[in-house]
Design a protein around this ligand. Sequence first.
Ligand code: FAD
Ligand code: FAD
Length: 339
Amino acid sequence: MKLSKKNLDQRLNHVYDAVIVGGGAAGLSAAIYLARYRLSCLVIEKGRGRSFWMQELRNYLGLHPTTPGRDLLQQGEQYIQELGADHLRGFVEDVVDEGDSFAIKVKVGKADSIYPVFRAKYVIAASGIIDHLPQLADMQNVYDYAGYNLHVCLICDGYEIRDGRCGLFVGSEGAINTAFVLNWFTPYITVLTNGTVQVGEAMRQKLQEHGYPLIETPIARLLGHDHTMTGVQFADGSTIELDTGLVAMGSHYYNDYLKGLPLSWDGENLVTDEMCRTSHPRIFALGDLKRGLNQVSIAVADGTLAATAIWRDIRRASPPRRWEENLALVEAPATVRTP
Ligand code: FAD
Ligand code: FAD
């Protein structure tokens, strides 16, 4: 059922088998499997995560390479509701371990917000990350190209960059090392710091040895049309032409709501076992939020694994369902035989 401010009070006394934080590729996949295992679940999604910004999912078997992430979200949200799962637009602010269950505090509505608390035996953290982008005076100028030919993921889109003149947008000296992986796909790399990075002598030397220009002048704007970036104009008025770009500026991790819980972290990523279980036996972490590859194929498989582990736990702790009518038949003749 689609939950909203109007009807969510119907669920406040219910203890879900699982609440899933984040309704992207990983969270929706988990919900499909949980619902098909006949477990109750609620997906809470704030809107506009990475699955939403992915303009073309180019490497997923069975889907056309121009499929936008929005199509996956639409199809997934519709399917989980057909299967009986709940979906709520809201932002999870906090998760508290109350022993047998968790209390999940959510902010619903940007204006006149309400703060309902849902309860669940298991929590699935599928809230992902979001990419930092170059900070320009006019951010709309960046959004016009980000996710189109201004890429954010080398594994996803290295192939699209192949042998093109590529601007590598960095926010730290360490990120410049991306150039030495990107060069598998193209050697025509220009490193752009937007005037924000201190670059040491050793790195300058290494770039020179590879023939990759380093431009440290602040960027005035990206040039292009129709979501195709064709170059960069700098604050001093100079320009360069580009065919494509890659942003390597790190990410924001949506994990604040987990920070009060005793979990194992690898930096900002959660550490999990092979079934996506964290160091807490009833908290699972999926997709980009957990340690591993940030890919839709991985996120979808993670949802399958976590839901199956939760089903196993709950099933093994439940009494078996007996065919009561047959048991009654077996007992009935015995009753007749003993007058
Ligand atoms: P997400 O899809 O990010 O889902 C997490 C969800 O949680 C988000 O919708 C977010 O809104 C929500 N959320 C976060 N915090 C909260 C909160 N506190 N409360 C409620 N909801 C919350 N991968 C590929 O495999 N192939 C590609 O071609 C490809 N191209 C990409 C292109 C772009 C431009 C981008 C940005 C990414 C691309 N990726 C691609 C990567 C892919 O999008 C991610 O690996 C995938 O979306 C991860 O799935 P996820 O469910 O872990 O995270
Ligand atoms: P396969 O798809 O079996 O591919 C292995 C291939 O290797 C085969 O095509 C085989 O012909 C070939 N091969 C084997 N030996 C050799 C050799 N020596 N030389 C050359 N080729 C060889 N999974 C789901 O997720 N959802 C479902 O709803 C679902 N329904 C299913 C329904 C049915 C009827 C069946 C049979 C399976 C279903 N599955 C489902 C399971 C799913 O099909 C498998 O998990 C999936 O196909 C595994 O992929 P794979 O590539 O490992 O193996």
